[in-house]
Design a protein around this ligand. Structure first.
Ligand code: DX5
Ligand code: ZN
Length: 215
């Protein structure tokens, strides 16, 4: 069964702690945290101080998605702020292997992500270094976009590669997930499904329960 990872990018930041507690009280394990630098992606979201603050409020798994250039510069700081897992983009790293090695060395779950236009084969040589692969199903930078179906072909390739190579990384999908497509995404064997707008737009508990019902 797939797990749901609510993305706080769509939360009401004025009531962030409260909303995270509500999401956690539904029994949801993962919390997806989108960090944007205004360079790798057009928008800027938040950084270490915010993660440090919400860490005090929540024992959920902090799935930190770094949409920043050369994330190797900040791995220590995100670890200190309370990340449980760090995802870096293949497209943002000059030396991807060394960056993944750095996350692993900090004792965190290590993950790599690819943008919609990046072929999945581009990360074949690091699959044995990661705990998770995040397939972007929208162009990174904003919540509330439409799901790009090509992402599911990448999921299929990743599942086949995982079997062939005898690896056990998890596969995560991020962007454009809602009540009408979550069943299909889950049936494709995605382990972790990120949802921002579909969770935080409206009643959080009701939204999570109805998404989980479909799963
Ligand atoms: C996009 C972010 C996503 C985003 C998903 O750059 O990586 O995690 O928050 O938002 P929705 O679910 O609204 O598409
Ligand atoms: Zn994300």
């Amino acid at each position: 069964m797939s797990e749901l990872a609510p993305s706080i990018l769509a939360a009401d930041f004025n009531r962030l702690g409260e909303q995270i507690k509500e999401a956690g009280s539904t029994g949801t394990k993962y919390l997806h945290i989108d960090v944007m630098d205004g360079l790798f992606v057009p928008s800027i979201s938040f950084g270490m101080p915010l993660i440090e603050s919400i860490r005090k409020e929540s024992d959920m798994f902090f799935d930190v998605h770094l949409m920043i250039n050369e994330p190797a510069r900040y791995l220590n700081e995100f670890a200190k702020a309370g990340a449980d897992g760090i995802t870096v983009h293949k497209e943002a790293c000059g030396d991807l292997k060394n960056t993944l090695y750095g996350i692993n060395k900090l004792g965190l779950k290590t993950a790599v992500s690819i943008n919609p236009e990046t072929p999945v084969q581009a990360i074949e040589d690091v699959l044995d270094m990661v705990h998770m692969v995040l397939v972007m199903s929208v162009h990174p930078g904003f919540g509330g976009q439409k799901f790009i179906p090509g992402a599911l072909e990448k999921v299929k390739w990743l599942k086949d590669a995982r079997k062939e190579k005898g690896l056990d990384y998890k596969i995560e999908i991020d962007g454009g997930v809602n009540k009408s497509n979550i069943a299909e995404i889950s049936q494709n064997g995605v382990d972790i499904i990120v949802a921002g707008t579909a969770v935080f737009g409206g009643n959080i508990t009701e939204n999570i329960n109805s998404l989980k019902e479909v799963l």
